[in-house]
Design a protein around this ligand. Structure first.
Ligand SMILES: [Zn+2]
Length: 60
């Protein structure tokens, strides 16, 4: 039996992968949050940008 715990990258909650409807996230909700980040916001990945030097800092 595989009951490996995974940690959701969105809410940092640990869950069993086999219980998740949308791995590697704990839930469909977190999956969509992550997707939204990729599409609409800056993800916390260092990226070199040459086009957008002046990026407005939007705080939620
Ligand atoms: Zn989550």
């Amino acid at each position: 039996m595989s009951s490996a715990l995974m940690r959701c990258p969105i809410c940092k909650r640990e869950f069993r992968g086999e219980d998740s409807p949308a791995p590697p996230f704990c839930s469909e909700r977190c999956r969509r949050i992550d997707l939204g980040r990729w599409l609409g916001e800056d993800y916390s990945v260092p990226v070199e940008r040459e086009d957008e030097d002046e990026t407005p800092a939007e705080e939620n």
